[in-house]
Design a protein around this ligand. Structure first.
Ligand SMILES: O=C(O)CCC(=O)C(=O)O
Ligand SMILES: [Fe+2]
Length: 239
């Protein structure tokens, strides 16, 4: 069980070499368990504490799909802050490898705090960590969480409800545009308490001519029944 383990251990339990392999192949990859079901419900329940959030977004109003999410303030609850801190150094070598393959700059320092300071100096100073909730008929349109030039290329979503038990439908979706070919789609069922690491904007795709840029988008298929709640961790801040 995950319950009594420090967050560093929980994140370390994932086979990171295997995860990087999956990410390189599909642009997304599941972690092992990070939160117990009880911890998932505690985090999901924070949704009802308005002081923890800076904004609520009604997705239908913005034509982002249907459902609701809330952006945390910078005062992140302990478990969320710790998980994000533990993910960053694990994702960093993958981000740097991708940038090298694509011949792009890799502006990310070793420390998440230093990187966030740079985001803030560049005008991206608002927290981008979110709690989402989808009821029957809700969905999340295919999109990218890019808020400006300061971009970390990987992010994480953690499932807080149990698929097939608490809700049906609501698969995590990704599309990948391929050079001179039609778009490839993938769907992932995110287990309760597990994380899905995925591409924020684009990733290196191997072609006969070497590495090329594979633009990716993500979203969520229609929830058919029940309640699907998730926690979204992004490693750059919002404008
Ligand atoms: O609810 C989900 O699975 C995905 C939410 C999302 O768009 C995100 O975490 O960036
Ligand atoms: Fe997103």
């Amino acid at each position: 069980m995950t319950d009594n383990l420090p967050y560093a251990k929980r994140v370390a339990q994932t086979d990171w070499a295997a995860l990087a392999g999956q990410l390189n192949e599909h642009g997304n990859a599941l972690t092992g368990p990070l939160l117990s079901p009880a911890e998932c419900l505690e985090i999901a329940a924070l949704y009802e504490e308005p002081d923890r959030f800076r904004t609520t977004v009604d997705m239908a109003r913005h034509r982002f799909g249907s459902g609701q999410y809330r952006y945390f303030t910078h005062e992140l609850p302990g478990p969320i802050r710790e998980l994000r801190d533990e993910f960053y150094p694990r994702l960093l070598p993958i981000a740097r490898d991708w940038a090298a393959k694509l011949g792009q700059p890799a502006p990310w320092p070793d420390s998440l705090q230093d990187w966030l300071r740079r985001c803030h100096e560049a005008g991206q100073s608002r927290s981008a960590q979110i709690l989402l909730r989808y009821g029957p008929g809700d969905w999340n349109a295919l999109h990218r969480d890019v808020f400006g030039d300061m971009l970390f290329p990987l992010q994480v979503v953690i499932g807080l409800d149990a698929p097939g038990v608490d809700f049906t439908g609501g698969e995590f979706l990704m599309t990948e545009q391929r050079p001179r070919a039609q778009t490839r789609g993938s769907a992932v069922v995110v287990p309760q308490g597990h994380g899905l690491v995925f591409t924020t904007r684009d990733r290196p795709v191997e072609t006969r001519r070497g590495w090329s840029n594979g633009p990716m988008r993500h979203g969520v298929s229609v929830v058919r029944s029940g309640l699907r709640r998730t926690l979204g961790l992004v490693f750059h801040d919002a404008a």
